[in-house]
Design a protein around this ligand. Structure first.
Ligand code: IVH
Length: 683
């Protein structure tokens, strides 16, 4: 090959490397994709091809390095150039006030401003850049020495392999940044689901998943894990001048690092306490786990005056949230029967307060889960609560075993109707197959009357239980014959509430097809499957007449749903029950083709974003760009990176630039954040 040829190829490789790095940064750091995944993949493929032919072009900062390298047999270790310290912990407001008073006394001033950051629950790492290129990545280790995980760190898309040179000036010659490697809660669930399918041990929480993924001898495995990083500080940072911590983070951002958007600065101690309360609420909606808030004296001159102690700096402290995990004892394991007859084991716990909420029961899911985790009655267990979901038993504390623990055996008879149970082939669930089992009936009716079903306001769980126990309700159809006299005879029911329930039942009789199908509670047929059925068939008659293949051919519906729908409508008792409902006054409204004017109360009010191509630009205040993207996609939008004639809507956040100008010139509809939120909430 001639030099000329090689030079051309080298230029092409350099250009691809630069463009891929830029796109990677837009996507993973700025959360603002510019090109499609397909285009990115094509460019990457071409670069891999070139580098294979000319290995000299495969520099350590090439984006091709993100796929991982040759596996290691063990990790090397290396010392941190300055120790990676930890933080003192605070557990209440008084601890923070004491911290502030200590700082104020040492600095001889009360005028102290703080920067506060979410305390990310992941794994601390240090990244070293020499002449702008990532040359070393270390875990925190014991703070003095860490493991060399450079190949693994390169696979994390939000870790820059090369720094973006600042607009004026050069890259710092030697820079160490520190941050936390995390895995999003949703990605953690997906990862565990896959591991379950592959019969691999599950990760107990996202932190363990992040640590386990990062500390892989085979970095190609790490490359498959959706790890992310947020940078929160520096080690040695030659040539990086900053007067404040917030200023330092801003500079790091311009160099290409990902900085957490929830960081706030310039706060007084009172505002710090307010922000903590805010973050406690926000926490439930963050895509990743945080275990508190880190409070840092913002002024770097102040930080230097305060200095460090043996293990932690005097200028920072971690304010921890109350733990969401606690240990307690399983006193018993009981079995609940669900709507479809599934027997679910539930752990009865010695009540324990977790993050301020008393917990006395926790789900154990199914027998497989109990066996896999080896959970026994009388075990001391770790219980975790997150948001509003049912607390989960994470694992037994084996060290606390006394030998008195009892292995739980799933009953072979339904605990409610006492008929024999069956375990279906290839399914983890054990089921009571007696269709007239009272426990199932109660759950089925609760589902039927729920908001997404017939929406019978006032017909709560306790009332349903009583109506079934007293032999008044035997089927869905019986609901429509309930009268005021019957209802007012129930416990805790006055005339007025009985009348309200009767009114709600009356109102519910006109029901859109989608809610009707949902209410029936067919296996594997939830809200979205019901909608897909409606869109495909429009009328109940057509759904009832549909063949298995026709249903299974619907995009988004699987064979299990198809089989269950067909089986439901083949059953003579079910058909008789529907007929009886209709005789009792139920009117099932055909599905309106999704237009802009779906009738009130259909529950499928069409989103204006459905089928639209939407571009997001500028910064959003009330949600992150990726949250907005996700919600738009949920409402049927296609979210793309660049504005073109095909764009329907541009959502312009604060300081929107060229995309806004382009959208205006193309006559694309432009929407601000307020309108976006309002429309999303309608959809
Ligand atoms: S600053 C000297 N900021 O918490 C200051 N740490 O016990 C060092 N962490 O090992 C840490 N989020 O893994 C800092 N925004 C944040 C953090 C954070 C999480 C972790 C970090 C560290 C531990 C401190």
């Amino acid at each position: 090959m001639t030099d000329q040829n090689f030079n051309d190829i080298k230029q092409e490789a350099l250009l691809l490397q630069e463009q891929l790095a830029e796109h990677n940064h837009s996507y993973h750091v700025l959360d603002d994709p510019v090109i499609s995944d397909g285009e990115y993949d094509r460019m990457m493929k071409r670069l891999i091809e070139i580098e294979k032919l000319h290995p000299a072009l495969s520099t350590p900062d090439s984006p091709t390095r993100r796929v991982g390298a040759t596996p290691l047999t063990s990790f090397d270790t290396a010392d941190h150039s300055t120790p990676m310290q930890s933080l003192d912990n605070a557990f209440n407001d008084q601890d923070i006030i004491d911290f502030h008073n200590r700082v104020a006394k040492l600095l001889e001033t009360d005028e102290i401003r703080y920067t506060v950051e979410p305390k990310l629950d992941g794994l601390a790492v240090e990244l070293r850049y020499e002449q702008g290129i990532l040359t070393l990545a270390l875990t925190r280790g014991d703070g003095t020495t860490g493991e060399v995980i450079t190949d693994n760190a390169r696979t994390i898309n939000s870790v820059p392999l090369k720094l973006t040179p600042p607009p004026q000036g050069k890259n710092p010659g030697f820079l160490e940044v520190r941050g936390e490697v995390i895995i999003n809660s949703r990605d953690f669930e997906t990862l565990n689901k896959k591991r379950l399918e592959m019969d691999e041990p599950l990760f107990a929480n996202p932190r363990n998943a992040a640590a386990g993924s990062l500390r892989q001898l085979d970095s190609r495995v790490t490359a498959q894990r959706p790890l992310e990083i947020f940078i929160y500080g520096t080690g040695i940072a030659r040539g990086l001048e900053a007067n404040s911590h917030a200023g330092l983070l801003d500079t790091l951002k311009t160099l290409g690092f990902r900085i957490n958007p929830e960081i706030r600065t310039g706060l007084t101690v009172t505002e710090v306490l307010d922000r903590f309360k805010e973050l406690e609420v926000l926490r439930e909606n963050l895509p990743y786990e945080i275990d508190g808030m880190v409070i840092k004296v913002d002024d770097i001159a102040f930080q230097n005056t305060l200095g460090v102690k043996a293990k932690s700096p005097r200028w920072a402290i971690a304010y921890k949230f109350p733990a969401m995990e606690e240990t307690t004892v399983i006193t018993d394991i009981k079995v609940q029967v669900g709507r479809t007859g599934t027997l679910t084991p539930v752990a009865i716990l010695e009540p324990v307060s977790i993050g301020g909420v008393m917990v006395a029961r926790a789900s154990l899911h199914n027998m497989d889960e109990i066996q896999r985790k080896d959970i026994r009655i009388k075990d001391t267990v770790l219980v975790k609560r997150a948001g509003d979901v049912i607390p989960k038993v994470v694992k037994p504390v084996i060290a606390k075993r006394t030998g008195d623990e009892e292995v739980f055996v799933m009953p072979d008879h339904c605990p409610v109707c006492h008929s024999p149970v069956r375990r279906l082939e290839n399914e983890a669930a054990v089921k009571c197959i007696n269709a007239s089992c009272q426990a199932q009936l109660k759950q089925r009716i609760k589902h039927f009357v729920s908001k997404a079903g017939f929406d019978m306001d006032g017909l709560g769980a306790k009332l349903v239980d009583q109506l079934v126990d007293r032999d008044i309700l035997h089927s869905f159809a019986d609901l429509f014959t309930l009268d005021k006299v019957t209802l007012s005879a129930m416990d805790r029911m006055g005339d007025k509430s009985a009348a309200n329930v009767v009114r709600a039942i009356e109102k519910s009789k006109r029901v859109p097809l989608k809610r009707f199908l949902f209410a029936l509670g067919m296996d594997h047929t939830g809200d979205s499957a019901a909608l897909l059925l409606c869109e495909a068939f429009s009328t109940l008659g057509a759904v009832m007449a549909a063949k298995n293949e026709e249903i299974a051919a619907i995009d988004g519906i699987g064979p299990k749903t198809a089989a269950s729908v067909v089986m439901f409508f083949e059953n003579q008792e079910n058909l008789a029950m529907i007929e009886e409902m209709v005789n009792n006054g139920v009117v099932i409204e055909d599905h309106q083709a999704l237009g802009n004017n779906l009738g009130e109360g259909t529950g499928v009010q069409k989103s204006i974003f459905n089928g639209k191509t939407v571009v997001l630009t500028g910064s959003l205040v009330t949600m992150t760009r990726s949250e907005a993207k996700k919600r738009l996609q949920e409402q049927g939008a296609k979210v793309t990176g660049s504005v073109s004639a095909k764009t329907d809507i541009l959502v312009a956040g604060e300081s929107s630039g060229s995309k806004l100008t382009k959208a205006r010139s193309l006559g694309v509809t432009v929407m601000d954040e307020d309108e976006l939120t309002a429309q999303l909430n309608k959809g």
